[in-house]
Ligand binder design. Structure first.
Ligand SMILES: Cc1cc2nc3c(=O)[nH]c(=O)nc-3n(C[C@H](O)[C@H](O)[C@H](O)COP(=O)(O)O)c2cc1C
Length: 232
């Protein structure tokens, strides 16, 4: 059901700051706990032979100005192999009960190391161990083997785990450092679409684009957004 209290259209004159609108929509989805994982988004990568693939990840940071979002992953995963060949990516958020969709396209770069370190340091210990223990996207014979692999790696790092499990016997005394193969990715937006669900499928769509030029390993300089209304 669409919430009729919410405006079902964008302003007649499209706003000049679509990333701020997207940020407000994401914040509303999170603050109203619109669903479990309100920050989940589908991210698409394209392999060297042109095959797109999509998966859900969690958007942990949204920076409307200058305009990028951040998610975290294993740098040796399938998606990252794709991004190394082709940094172009697309992301989609959809909140059914809010009647809103956001589509973002752009370029992927790794987050600065310190940013990944500080995000990793605040993860729970189980997730930290998991980042060391799983070779994301690579085959393994069984779930039991995976658990053994995570345990073995944890124990070799000096962690104390309950027999046969990946659970800690007690909170680890020392900090678990971020694995070099795990960290943040920034998706710098060069296109964004805001979509609002309307009655009888008369939805409202605004699409904006801009140029982004590399300024450093993690930053881009950007031109102003230019927006167009699209038919649904
Ligand atoms: C709700 C949800 C959230 C997820 N969040 C992440 C995430 O933030 N980072 C991540 O690497 N994988 C996340 N995953 C797992 C991915 O969907 C995917 O299985 C994994 O990243 C491997 O993808 P790849 O082999 O295409 O690289 C999530 C899955 C779900 C269902």
């Amino acid at each position: 059901m669409i919430n009729d209290e919410r405006p079902n259209r964008l302003p007649d004159s499209l706003p000049a700051d679509p990333m701020h609108w997207a940020d407000a929509w994401l914040k509303e989805a999170i603050s109203t706990r619109v669903r479990r994982n309100p920050d989940a988004m589908t991210v698409v990568s394209v392999s060297s032979d042109g095959q797109p693939s999509a998966r859900l990840v969690l958007c942990r940071k949204f920076v409307p100005d200058p305009g990028y979002l951040v998610f975290h992953t294993n740098y040796q995963s399938k998606k990252c192999l794709d991004f190394e060949n082709n940094p172009r990516a697309a992301a989609v958020f959809h909140w059914d009960t809010l009647g809103r969709q956001i589509r973002i396209e752009g370029l992927i770069v790794k987050s600065p190391r310190e940013e990944s370190d500080s995000y990793f340091a605040n993860r729970d210990k189980g997730s930290q161990l998991g980042a060391w223990g799983s070779d994301q996207s690579y085959p393994i014979q069984s779930k039991d083997k995976l658990i053994r692999q995570i345990r073995d790696r944890g124990i070799s790092m000096g962690l104390s785990l309950r027999e046969g499990t990946t659970q800690f016997t007690e909170a680890p005394a020392s900090t678990i450092k971020r694995p070099p193969h795990w960290g943040g990715l920034r998706l710098w937006a060069n296109a964004i679409e805001l979509w609002i669900e309307g009655r009888d499928r008369i939805h409202d769509r605004g699409r904006w684009s801009r140029n982004i030029m590399p300024a450093s390993e993690t930053e881009f300089t950007v031109t102003p957004w230019s927006g167009t209304r699209l038919q649904p």
